[in-house]
Design a binder for this molecule. Structure first.
Ligand SMILES: NC(=O)c1ccc[n+]([C@@H]2O[C@H](COP(=O)([O-])OP(=O)(O)OC[C@H]3O[C@@H](n4cnc5c(N)ncnc54)[C@H](OP(=O)(O)O)[C@@H]3O)[C@@H](O)[C@H]2O)c1
Length: 320
């Protein structure tokens, strides 16, 4: 039987944080988790939009300001979550930008790489100790079919430079980074013996704001025509994230996406991914670069067996 909303288990007592919950797939993910009883932290760059989202969702929610284009904002958001909560059961790294004109984040990173990957890398690292103390906690990172359009070759120069920049390749590279990160993280969590798992998901195609806001005018008619045939409604597009977040039968390291029409729509199943996304050496190179660029060090290696260390202090209470 295809996996659907009806299969989402009761989430009462769980604390979830969803990035980019102001609209689109993030809002839908937050809405469903709250409707199943989770307390949901809506981490959004606009507090006003987060509050509007919270009142449209109902249930138990809290708005937290998070601008992934600023590492300072990421640190402040993580501090706020840490002050208010002793643990986190679920982190959904969902927020994203697609094809804006070239611009840099507050820290000087190319915007796709900075927001879609580095911001989430930093946030996850800063919240890791809250996650590892929560039994059965999950980290879900939202990637895309577009990861296949992402050339590898991550380095300090490409992380910032406008030279040779192409928006489609930059978006693809950031989504490839999401997958490489989710897999490297899972390897580390497993090696450290934690119960926390890392998974990835992609929504297929859905006509959200992603296709309207930043898309170059030339691409818009093409996108609308293609989407009319291939896209699925946002409630279906959120299902891969929701399954990764809540289905205990799906193990860490799994990448979920829609089953039909070249993975553009349908119920969530294990998805295919490019060879480079499965390349352990590429995952490790990106990990090192991300630690260097963000200054957030997770403190545990890919197979060291060491427990995670945050801010120089070993995390206690790690299960497993
Ligand atoms: N829709 C699709 O067809 C599709 C396909 C493949 C993958 N995806 C992935 O799905 C995820 C959700 O996309 P969506 O379709 O729901 O797009 P969306 O409707 O455009 O929503 C994007 C969300 O990300 C937030 N965001 C953007 N920049 C941010 C920043 N600097 N800091 C914090 N939040 C920021 C937006 O907040 P604001 O409201 O403040 O702008 C919004 O809440 C993304 O990771 C995207 O790459 C989508």
């Amino acid at each position: 039987m295809p996996w659907s909303h009806a299969r989402i288990p009761d989430q009462s007592g769980r604390i979830a944080l969803v990035t980019g919950a102001s609209r689109g797939i993030g809002l839908e993910t937050a809405r469903v988790l709250a409707s199943r009883g989770a307390h949901v932290i809506l981490a959004c760059r606009s507090t006003e939009r987060a509050r509007e989202a919270a009142s449209s969702i109902g249930g138990s929610t809290r708005a937290v300001r998070l601008d992934l284009a600023s590492l300072e904002s990421v640190r402040r958001a993580a501090d706020e979550v840490r002050r208010r909560y002793g643990r986190l059961d679920l982190l959904v790294n969902n927020a994203g930008v697609m094809l804006p004109p070239y611009r840099r984040t507050a820290d000087g990173f190319e915007v796709h790489f900075g927001v879609n990957h580095l911001g989430h890398f930093a946030l996850t690292g800063l919240l890791l100790d809250l996650l590892t103390v929560a039994p059965g906690s999950r980290i879900v990172t939202v990637a895309s079919l577009a990861h296949r359009a992402g050339p590898g070759g991550f380095d300090t120069k490409r992380a910032r430079s406008a030279t040779g920049w192409r928006s489609v390749a930059a978006y693809g590279r950031s989504k490839l980074a999401n997958l490489l990160f989710a897999r490297a993280l899972q390897r580390r969590l497993a090696a450290a013996g934690t119960e926390t798992v890392s998974l990835a998901a992609h929504p297929g195609l859905s006509t959200t704001g992603l296709w309207h806001g930043d898309l170059p005018a030339l691409l818009r008619p093409m996108a609308s025509a293609g989407l009319r045939w291939l896209a699925q409604p946002v409630d279906a597009a959120a299902l891969p994230s929701l399954r990764a977040a809540t289905d205990p039968a799906v193990p860490g390291g799994t990448y979920l996406g829609p089953a039909q029409l070249f993975e553009s729509r349908g119920s969530p199943v294990p998805a295919r991914s490019s060879r480079v996304s499965r390349d352990v050496a590429a995952q490790e190179r990106l990990w090192e670069l991300s630690e260097e660029l963000t200054g957030v060090r997770y403190g545990f290696g890919p197979g060291s067996g060491d427990g995670p260390v945050v801010g120089g202090c070993p995390v206690t209470g790690v299960g497993g």
